[in-house]
Design a protein. Structure first.
Length: 169
């Protein structure tokens, strides 16, 4: 899907799943993936940024393996765009960022959520908005946008006790 106002796509957005993309299935009682989450998020936030959107897969990041990360790596490497946002599960976001850190000519921002977009009090929209701000404001490199902050990939960790990303001390 391409969303453009001016006819020029400025940002490539890849989706890979994670909590940000989950919703509650009332029949099974499980969390399942919602393929339309990104479109709804962009509509709700009234996004008018020129985007090329490409779903890569929908997986919990704990279920991701090296083959999945290779798909992400190849997609980013092969993208003609220099500004990339990747929605990703938070549990292994730093691992994927480390692999992407060998790409030197692009600005890459990974973003996720602790609470699914479909849930009340989700951090998904706030985090996605932060990712858009970061990708347009920093130079080349790999960053993680969470909790209203952004971090270099190698200076951050997920603190599971606090439920947020923090700078490595």
């Amino acid at each position: 899907m391409i969303i453009t106002a001016k006819g020029v796509v400025m940002i490539q957005l890849f989706t890979t799943g994670g909590t940000i993309a989950k919703m509650y299935d009332e029949l099974s009682g499980n969390l399942i993936f919602d393929e339309n989450h990104l479109e709804m998020m962009l509509d709700q936030s009234r996004c008018s940024v020129d985007l090329a959107i490409k779903p890569l897969f929908l997986k919990d990041s704990l279920d991701m393996n090296d083959s999945d990360r290779d798909i992400i790596f190849k997609a980013v490497t092969n993208s003609k765009h220099k500004k990339i946002i990747i929605t990703h599960g938070t549990d292994t976001m730093v691992q994927t960022a480390e692999l992407l850190s060998t790409i030197n000519d692009k600005t890459i921002v990974l973003v996720g959520a602790m609470i699914p977009f479909a849930f009340k009090n989700s951090d998904a929209l706030f985090n996605l908005g932060t990712a858009f701000g970061v990708v347009g404001s920093v130079g080349n490199g790999v960053f993680i946008a969470m909790n209203g902050k952004f971090f270099r990939w190698d200076e951050v960790t997920k603190d599971t006790k606090l439920g947020k990303f923090v700078t490595i001390s």
